[in-house]
Ligand binder design. Sequence first.
Ligand code: DAH
Length: 368
Amino acid sequence: MNDIERRSSAAAEPPATLAAPMDVHAELDDLRATIDDRLVAASSLDELDKVEAETIGRRSRVAELRRGLGALDPDVRRLTGLAINDAVAELSVKIETRRRSLEDEAEGERFAAEKVDVTLPGRVPRRGTYHLVQQVMDEIIDIFVAIGFTVASGPEAETDWHNFTALNIPKTHPARADSDTLYLDYGDEDESVLLRTQTSPMQVRYMQQHEPPVYVVSPGRVFRRDEVDPTHTPVFHQLEGLAVDSDITFADLKGTLAYFVHQFFGPNQRVRFVPNYFPFTEPSAEMHASCFNCDGSGCRVCGSSGWIEMLGCGMVNPRVFEAVGYDPTEVTGWAFGMGVDRFAQGRHGIADLRYFWDGDVRVLEQFQ
Ligand code: DAH
């Protein structure tokens, strides 16, 4: 057989696929008839993708039928092709409709899960507050700042020289003893280092760094080897004050501290100055204020004396000026030091200092 004969004999045979068109229509009808049920049964987008792949996808029976079109007579091919296209178009519309409704459902579920009720009241964060000692400290500082004082703070680990020697505290003074002062062991230092027992060393540091005139207050923590009891803690707070100028007198000291008491406790408070001794002031005094609670008649707050011990003070000892390099014939000054914790305790009627450090927020919450 030559080529021509072979071709014509192939063409002469009734094509195997000629019978196919009827089957194709039947298959398409069958797809149409079952698609609704299959779509309803697809309950997720994944399942719907599967139905799509099986019915009109690239590996579906429909795709196979399409590939078979080439073997059909042109007329049959055209009609069959149209029938397939119609069916695919119809199925596609149904699949897309189902897809949209599944997507809507999924979105609805997501919205429900993420739903936020904007009308719910918010959770109000618990409000913090400054510690009562800090509040009282700030109040005292504000009074002095308002009349021209600056604020300076210094180290809590202090040298023996700043804490004692420069303040004219003799080597033999009991305050220097291990039983009173917490020393830090820094090895073979000539100068021992300790936890400052008072804020007074800031007088020394400030004057070393500044020329007169000086008007400064210095708040801070101080440390002493005290047993803890209702009125003692080994860590407490002081505020130091220092005024140095060319013509400062004891009258300035009295006037300024009386002004402070009137601002802090009230305009009717009386003050008195009782002679005392401090190595770094000469003369020295203790200042008392009439009790803010009983106005001087005697009560629990003032221990029935009618007076409250406020602070130690005096005229700066010329030896302190010499230690910091000031000329005591040129300048005079006054200084004071007060314990802040006891003020806070007395003013707010707190029976035991330990409440301040127990960490029970119910105590602090009362002083917002
Ligand atoms: N530093 C003294 C103390 O801790 C308090 C004090 C007294 C400070 C007299 C002063 C002062 O500045 O002049 O007990």
